[in-house]
Design a binder for this molecule. Structure first.
Ligand SMILES: Cc1ncc(COP(=O)(O)O)c(C=O)c1O
Length: 397
């Protein structure tokens, strides 16, 4: 008598559900369809078209030649942390002690290490949505629960957060409120008054704030977006994640930083040690150059974004079926097309027929009404070319 054997479990079956269940990144999924196609104008991923400035590249090369190729402090080079303190003093007028910084593998790993420090399995993280998908995924990796709270839209189409919505989402398991302002993908910018009100709420309920401020320089109304550092003390339960990627066109360098409350350096020394043991030492020297000589480059980046934002928002607004609102900050613009409800299918059609690569709104937990996200951190010439292609396609839908 033969007995049918159940198929042997594969290594994949053996993984914890929270890891096996991680969602496929829907932006990468679209990008994989045409990464190598030179005919496609690629506005899907969050990076500009400028190369890293030569003075940063040279600083890394010089550091390598000088032998800065060995281990360094897990928290990062003291000189880099001093340069970061000076950067925050210069731009926001805040004093942040050098002992409150740790250098991370990009903004992504700043969020990972920050949440590793404070999250226990089962803890909830509340955040306004649509949101960059990596936050919810990080919470999931750590065994927590992501709790999105939808942003509202004014009649004009501008995004708005109601703090009452955040308050209503708080449960006994809530541990963190995560804010990303200026926001990817919405461009929403939280104003200082609302930051202070959220700080009060977090203090009253004993919650942590995780503020992702990677697009702080990219605003089109104010000179610079406010930082939670301006409304919080060194003793508040506040983590700030940030990156060299966006300001200085350094996405591939994988360099970022995390700011934590006073007295927590030993915790983050350990977490860095056991994650990555800091980032490459010669890259840290390049980061010092970016901070000390790179303010002009940031201005160039923001000026290009301002012009390309104008080209896309005016161009899209002129198409009858398109609904769009110029974003207040970051370098993304979201738009929807009347009658289109499947953002992924629409992104694929635009990719195939207009040769413009966009990110589907569904990747950000947006309501499924065909929203698309476009990254406008490109030259005005490229923006005009992409806009002409989009116009040609969308007008005829
Ligand atoms: C909101 C937000 N936070 C953090 C990051 C992390 O960037 P990186 O890991 O390249 O520094 C990104 C990148 O797109 C982002 O959009």
């Amino acid at each position: 008598m033969s007995t049918a054997l159940a198929p042997a479990p594969t290594p994949l079956d053996d993984l914890p559900e929270r890891i096996r269940g991680l969602a496929i990144n829907q932006i990468a999924e679209i990008a994989d369809l045409a990464r190598e196609d030179p005919a496609v104008i690629k506005l899907w991923i969050g990076e500009g078209d400028l190369p890293t400035p030569p003075f940063v590249v040279e600083a890394a090369a010089e550091a390598m030649r000088a032998g800065h190729t060995r281990y360094t402090y897990a928290l990062g080079l003291p000189r880099l942390r001093e340069a970061l303190a000076a950067y925050h003093r210069r731009h926001w007028g805040v004093e942040v002690a050098e002992s409150r910084f740790t250098i991370t593998t990009g903004g992504m790993n700043a969020i990972m290490q920050g949440l590793q420090a404070i999250l226990s399995p089962g803890d909830e993280v509340i955040y306004p949505a649509p949101h960059w998908p990596n936050l919810a995924a990080t919470v999931q990796v750590l065994g927590g629960t992501a709790v999105p709270v939808p942003l509202h839209r004014d009649e004009s189409g501008a995004f708005r957060l109601e703090l009452a919505d955040i308050e209503a989402a708080i449960t006994p398991r809530t541990r963190v409120i995560a804010i990303n302002s200026p926001s990817n993908p919405t461009g929403w910018v939280m104003q200082k008054g609302q930051m202070a009100a959220l700080r009060d709420l977090a203090r009253a309920r004993g919650l942590w704030l995780l503020s992702d401020e990677v697009y702080n320089h990219f605003t089109y109304g104010n000179a610079i977006a406010p930082s939670f550092l301006e409304v919080c003390d060194a003793s508040d339960r506040l983590l700030i994640s940030n990156t060299f990627s966006k300001n200085w066109a350094m996405t591939g360098w994988r360099a970022g930083w995390l700011i934590f409350p006073e007295g927590m350096a030993p915790v983050f020394d350990n977490l860095s040690q056991y994650n990555t043991t800091s980032i490459p030492t010669f890259i840290q020297h390049a980061c010092i150059a970016a901070l000390e000589q790179g303010d002009g480059f940031i201005q160039t980046m923001v000026a290009r974004c301002r012009e390309s934002r104008r080209i896309f928002s005016e161009g899209l607004a002129a198409i009858p079926k398109v609904r769009v609102q110029a974003p207040e900050g970051s370098f993304y613009l979201m738009f929807s097309v009347e009658g289109e409800t499947d953002s992924r299918a629409l992104a694929v059609r635009i990719l195939r027929q207009a040769k413009v690569g966009l990110a589907p709104g569904a990747a950000f937990g947006a309501d499924p009404d065909g929203k698309l996200r476009l990254c406008f951190a490109v030259s005005p010439e490229l923006a005009r070319d992409a806009m002409a292609r989009l116009d040609g396609y969308l007008r005829n839908l």
